[in-house]
Design a protein around this ligand. Sequence first.
Ligand SMILES: [Zn+2]
Length: 139
Amino acid sequence: MAKRVSTRKIKKHRLYGYDEAGAALGVTAHTVRLWRSSGLSVMTASTPHYILGAELIRYIDEKQAKKSVKMALDQMYCFKCRAPQKPLWGMVDYVPVNDTRGRLTGLCEACEGGLQRFVGKGDLVKFGQIYEITIKGMS
Ligand SMILES: [Zn+2]
């Protein structure tokens, strides 16, 4: 199964081709191409295609966060801190993804970056006891 990918060799402000990105991350160029279908943003306006280093780091962090980070009930994942954090003032928005699930979003207490956590709609009661939740309309 998938091993843990390290982004240590990725430079934020560099542009990477599929081959270069793969080499820096220790995966194949094919794997990097596949990531496009699961949310990696690739600059496709011209060929060859490029991926910004910062986007590679964001994508991999997010992917691994979903797998590995155990969060306390009152924590959400901060992409800037790359760690679970508490939302500023305990205020979050609930953005429905579909009828049963949605995202809680808020601002990080530590860095004021964006926080996110996927939750089931049925968990809103539980989270409502911790956070002040503003429910957003279906988009
Ligand atoms: Zn943060």
